[in-house]
Design a protein around this ligand. Structure first.
Ligand code: MG
Length: 480
């Protein structure tokens, strides 16, 4: 059932289910004849791997709230980010557009003079224009100068860190480089952090406060946890809880946070009218050893275009709209979230072209054609393309941990070395999700097709590896 085109039935459902706050909403919607506008809660973890949730195979620690979330909705087994690094992944999520197209690469730090161009339309701007209250809690990482902050990019309110939580004076490898880590409320620095033990708890409380304050109007909450990115911190209530070390404790606290948010939504009678999405920005930062997450066996991790870097948990829950307990095996990507929300809420798409497509049919359990290729860029290098179950990895250099390295468990990383993939390799992710066996030789037609997709991506967005110029590139925003 598509909410945007089934007003009477969805309204009926909502009025049957909700008694207080959402009754007002339903009446308003009926009065002006607009489609139902569910609340949207987008929870984005940091450096959490595909295998970090119980429902995705983790047995090391327990994630009961995330597992329940998956049981109540649609869980993707091939859900991707287009870039395996923080800023780029976030730009793509919030704009529905490949970040390299927007000139956002890597992870911006305190010296960056650029950020997400204010000319781009974020999910928050799109939904605010359609009557939503918009709040952000957590890690931003799309520019820390005023014109790029969340409150300048569609969010009514903001509480959190402007960039990564390791960009601080205690960085294990960059002493005396970073200034004190600022904590923002809207556009003001309200504190600098010397300890992050309360970060997940504080984000959770702020998120809950936003939900309470916004309950009488459609709202969009973007809760971007700083955890499980290093340095790992937990509050006292989760210290030692997993019995598996600090990473497990941190996982359990993020899981707790998801449970707290859901509990509040249920307590306010908003559950049936709230769409919750959970995913992460990139795979585990493997060089941190015991302080990094689990890929579930996928190849490599953060910072690479192998599936360990780009495949993420992807969970979508909207009771009575999306089937419960559905496992979706078709590929989708974070750039699809913006256009999906546009369709669900009846919001206008951005004026500038975007790269994602609505996956609403998939979420409703209907057939949908495979997207004609997903592109994977690391900075401006086209490193891979995926079409359905097929992945073409293009010749490139990537970081890896040298065999025989003794991994650490104290928050200090080991050194990567660079490996070269000399020749394009084709993988059948359906049979070989860990990308072990190149099947290019036995699939010449698929290989040709994916090479054509790569050429299309290059013509559009360029490629430093083949020195291709892209015709469809845009600019980041800059300050003097
Ligand atoms: Mg990250």
């Amino acid at each position: 059932m598509k909410s945007t085109h089934s007003i009477p039935l969805s309204s009926l459902l909502i009025s049957l289910i909700c008694f207080t706050s959402c009754e007002t909403k339903t009446k308003e919607n009926e009065l002006v004849g607009i489609p139902s506008k569910p609340n949207i809660v987008l929870i984005f973890a940091d450096d959490m791997g595909y295998g970090d949730l119980g429902v995705y195979g983790a047995t090391e620690w327990k994630t009961p709230n995330l597992d329940q979330l998956a049981k109540d909705g649609v869980r993707f087994t091939q859900f991707y980010v287009p870039h395996a690094v923080c800023s780029a992944s976030r730009a793509a999520l919030l704009t529905g557009t490949y970040a390299n197209r927007l000139e956002i690469f890597g992870a911006l730090d305190h010296t960056a003079k650029h950020g997400l161009n204010p000319e781009e339309t974020t999910i928050a701007e799109m939904l605010r224009a359609n009557g939503y209250s918009t709040g952000m809690v957590g890690k931003w990482h799309l520019g820390h100068h005023d014109p790029f902050l969340p409150t300048a990019q569609g969010f009514d309110s903001y509480y959190g860190l402007p960039y990564s939580n390791d960009m601080w004076p205690h960085h294990p490898e960059a002493k005396n480089y970073y200034p004190p880590l600022p904590l923002y409320r809207n556009t003001a620095v309200i504190d600098t952090l010397d300890d992050q033990s309360m970060l997940t708890t504080n984000y959770t409380e702020e998120a809950i406060k936003f939900i309470e304050e916004s309950k009488d109007k459609p709202f969009f909450l973007y809760l971007a946890h700083s955890m499980t990115h290093v340095p790992l911190y937990v509050s006292d209530k989760f210290k030692g809880k997993s019995e598996q070390g600090l990473y497990g404790d941190v996982m359990m606290e993020v899981d707790w946070s998801v449970g707290q948010v859901r509990e509040k939504i249920e307590e306010l009678g908003l559950a049936e009218n709230t769409l919750i999405i959970f995913t992460s920005d990139n795979g585990p930062w493997l060089s941190y050893g015991g302080h990094s997450g689990l890929t579930g066996g996928l190849r490599e991790g953060k910072g690479t275009s192998w599936d360990g870097g780009i495949r993420e948990p992807g969970i979508f829950v909207w009771p009575n709209h999306f089937p419960a307990g559905k496992v979706e095996e078709q590929a989708a990507m974070t750039i699809d979230i913006l256009p999906t929300l546009a369709e669900i809420t009846g919001s206008n798409l951005p004026d500038l072209p975007i790269d994602g497509r609505s996956i609403l049919p998939m979420l409703e359990g209907k057939e949908m054609e495979s997207k004609p290729y997903f592109a994977y860029y690391n900075r401006n290098e086209l490193q891979a393309v995926i079409y359905g179950k097929w992945k073409l990895v293009l010749p490139h250099a990537y970081r890896s941990i040298p065999e025989g390295t003794t991994m650490r468990n104290d928050g200090i990383p080991v050194k990567y070395h660079m490996l070269n993939l000399e020749k394009a390799a084709l993988f059948d992710l359906g049979k070989d999700p860990n990308e072990t066996t190149d099947v290019a030789g036995s699939n010449p037609e698929i290989l040709t097709r994916l090479k054509q997709f790569a050429d299309e991506a290059r013509a559009d967005m360029g490629d430093a590896l083949t020195k291709s110029e892209g015709a469809g590139l845009r600019k980041a925003g800059r300050v003097e």
